[in-house]
Design a protein around this ligand. Structure first.
Ligand SMILES: [Zn+2]
Length: 151
């Protein structure tokens, strides 16, 4: 194995900065260190659920080397509000091992329709662009960890 092979083997995630929109590639192991955007130097905020959009969804999933757990929700949904702090705790606890993400299904209808989401909250696990698990209904932290395959 050459040195460049070793470098490309480092697991990374690729995400647009939430402040300036610049795409950043971040080493997964550095997520808990609160990495900053290479363009505007603001924090990437990856220790809380990352807001995916129709525009960013395909690229983020396609270029992530760690599993992504996506919480599909809407602002008016009571059970979604109950689940939000559980997802926040999950994101903080497992930052770097998985990428916790969320998607507002009202603002991102293309993706919601693509996955045929009929009830929210719906949570999905992706490995790359491949969906590997799905659950509908609010979950507690321990259930999310089980769903994500972390316990
Ligand atoms: Zn930025």
């Amino acid at each position: 194995m050459t040195e460049s092979d070793t470098k490309t083997a480092v697991p990374t995630v690729t995400l647009p900065c939430q402040f300036c929109g610049a795409w950043n590639r971040v080493e997964a192991s550095r997520i808990p260190d609160r990495p900053k955007c290479g363009e505007c130097a603001k924090p990437m905020l990856l220790d809380r659920p990352y807001p995916l959009t129709d525009a960013s969804f395909d690229r983020v999933l396609g270029e992530s080397a760690i599993p992504i757990i996506v919480d599909f929700y809407a602002d008016w949904c009571g059970p979604c509000k109950m689940m939000a702090p559980e997802m926040d705790a999950f994101a903080a606890k497992h930052a770097g091992k998985v990428l916790a993400a969320k998607m507002d299904t009202d603002r991102n209808q293309r993706t919601a329709m693509l996955f045929n989401i009929r009830s929210i909250p719906t949570i999905m696990r992706f490995e790359g662009a491949t969906k590997t698990a799905e659950h509908s209904g609010a979950l507690k932290l321990a259930d999310i960890e089980r769903f994500a395959g972390l316990v």
